[in-house]
Design a binder for this molecule. Structure first.
Ligand SMILES: Nc1nc2c(ncn2[C@@H]2O[C@H](COP(=O)(O)OP(=O)(O)OP(=O)(O)O)[C@@H](O)[C@H]2O)c(=O)[nH]1
Ligand SMILES: [Mg+2]
Length: 349
C-alpha cells in the first residue's frame, strides 16, 4: 500500500501513480495483539517523510487473524509458506518496491516512530543502517524488554564477535530494526531462513565493504499477550555460531588447527623423550602424534589459505590437509621403521 505522506493515510491514488521510495517490511507470525499498533506507528512515521512510502507485511501463515488486521488497514500482505524469520523477510523484501527498505518486528518491541532516523541515513547514502538497542552503541533497553541471557551474554558476545572477526562497525548484531538500500540487499544473496538472517546480513555487508551507519534506538517490552517470543535461545544461538564459523576459516581452521598442531608437536617431543627407545609405545605415540599433528597443521594452513582464496577455499583445504597429513605421517613411519631395525621391539607397553 502507498501512503499519503502528508496525512499518513492510505493513498487513494493507484499504486502505479506514485512509486514508493521507502518500503517498510514487517515479518509476521501470529501477531494480532501488536501488528495494528506497529502499522499505525509506521504510517505516522511515513507521514513525516518527504517521500512516498509503502508497508509490506511478510506473513508466515498466521492463524490468529493478523492478515485481516493488515488488510483492514489497507496493507499489502505477502503470504510466505515456508516458516522462519528469514523466509518471512526474504519474501517481504522481494515484494518491496522502494529504493530503500526498513524492516522491523511485528511485536511492537521496536518503536516504528523511529523510522525517520533510519531514512535520513539512507538518504545520506549509507548502504546499511543498523539499529542499536545496547548502551555500548548509545541505545536503550527498557526494563523487561530483553531476557537477561540475551541482554548480558548472547547479544554482547555475538556483537563483539562480528566486530572482531568480521570488522563490522556496529554494536548490536541481532537488532532486527534496520534499513538498507534494495540494491545493496540484492548483492548479498541472503540464504539463512531463520533468525541467523539478521547476522548473515551484517557479516556479508561487512565482508562486501558496505557503507555502514548505526542508529541508537530504544527497545520496549513487546506487546504480545497471546504467546511467547518465537526466538529459541539455544537453538538460534547455536545456528548463529555455526554460521559465524562457516564464514570464518580463521576461527574454524586456522586458530584451532594451530593450537592442536602445537599440542601434538609437544606430545611428539614428550613421546620421544619419555617412552623407552625401541618400544612399541614410542612408535605408537609417534604415529598418533605425527598424524594428528599433521592434520591439525593441515587445517591451520588450509584456514590461512582459505581466508585469502575465498571461493576456491574447498580446493585449498583438501590439498593442504592431504599434504600436511601425509607428509608427517610418512616421515614418522620411516623413522619408526629405522628405529625398529636398530632396536627390535620387545613388546608393546
Ligand atoms: N522466529 C520467527 N519469527 C517469525 C517467523 N515468521 C515471522 N516472524 C516474525 O519475526 C519477528 C521476530 O520474531 P520475535 O519472536 O519477535 O523474536 P524475538 O524473540 O522478539 O527476538 P528479538 O526481537 O531479536 O528479541 C516477529 O515479528 C515475528 O512475528 C518465524 O517463522 N519465526
Ligand atoms: Mg521481537
Amino acid at each position: 500500500m502507498l501512503t499519503d505522506t502528508r496525512t499518513g493515510q492510505p493513498d487513494s491514488r493507484s499504486s502505479e501513480s506514485t512509486e514508493p521510495v521507502l518500503s517498510i517490511v514487517i515479518p509476521c507470525l501470529n501477531e494480532a495483539d501488536t501488528i495494528g499498533t506497529c502499522i499505525e506507528k509506521a504510517l505516522r512515521a511515513l507521514a513525516t517523510l518527504p517521500v512516498a512510502g509503502e508497508i509490506v507485511v511478510g506473513d508466515n501463515g498466521s492463524t490468529d487473524g493478523s492478515q485481516a488486521i493488515c488488510e483492514r488497514l489497507g496493507l499489502r500482505v505477502v503470504p510466505i509458506a515456508e516458516r522462519g524469520y528469514g523466509n518471512a523477510l526474504m519474501g517481504g523484501i522481494a515484494a518491496a518496491r522502494g529504493k530503500y527498505v526498513i524492516m522491523g518486528d511485528a511485536d511492537d518491541s521496536y518503536d516504528f516512530l523511529e523510522i525517520p532516523k533510519f531514512y535520513e541515513k539512507l538518504a545520506d547514502g549509507y548502504d546499511i543502517v543498523q539499529g542499536c538497542r545496547l548502551p555500548s552503541g548509545g541505545g536503550t533497553v527498557l526494563p523487561g524488554a530483553m531476557p537477561p541471557l540475551h541482554r548480558w551474554i548472547g547479544n554482547p558476545m555475538f556483537s563483539m564477535m562480528v566486530k572482531y572477526w568480521f570488522h563490522a562497525p556496529i554494536h548490536d548484531v541481532y537488532c532486527g530494526m534496520r534499513g538498507f538500500t534494495k540494491a545493496h540487499y540484492e548483492t548479498l544473496n541472503q540464504r539463512c531462513v531463520g533468525m541467523e538472517f539478521a547476522t548473515e546480513m551484517i557479516i556479508k555487508s561487512s565482508l562486501f565493504g558496505a557503507k555502514f551507519a548505526e542508529v541508537p534506538i530504544t527497545l520496549h517490552p513487546d506487546g504480545r499477550k497471546a504467546h511467547a517470543p518465537h526466538l529459541r535461545t539455544f537453538r538460534d544461538g547455536w545456528r548463529t555460531l555455526r554460521f559465524f564459523l562457516m564464514y570464518s576459516p580463521r576461527w574454524l581452521f586456522l586458530v584451532p588447527g594451530a593450537m592442536l598442531g602445537a599440542l601434538f608437536a609437544t606430545a611428539y617431543v614428550l613421546a620421544d623423550r619419555l617412552a623407552p627407545a625401541g618400544s612399541g609405545t614410542r612408535t605408537f605415540a609417534w604415529l598418533v602424534t605425527a598424524n594428528n599433528g599433521g592434520l591439525a597443521v593441515g587445517a591451520a594452513v588450509a584456514g590461512a589459505l582459505a581466508e585469502r582464496s575465498g571461493a576456491s577455499a574447498g580446493l585449498w583445504f583438501g590439498a593442504a590437509c592431504a599434504l600436511a597429513g601425509v607428509v608427517p605421517a610418512s616421515v614418522s613411519a620411516v623413522m619408526s621403521a629405522r628405529e625398529l631395525r636398530r632396536t627390535p621391539v620387545t613388546g608393546v607397553r
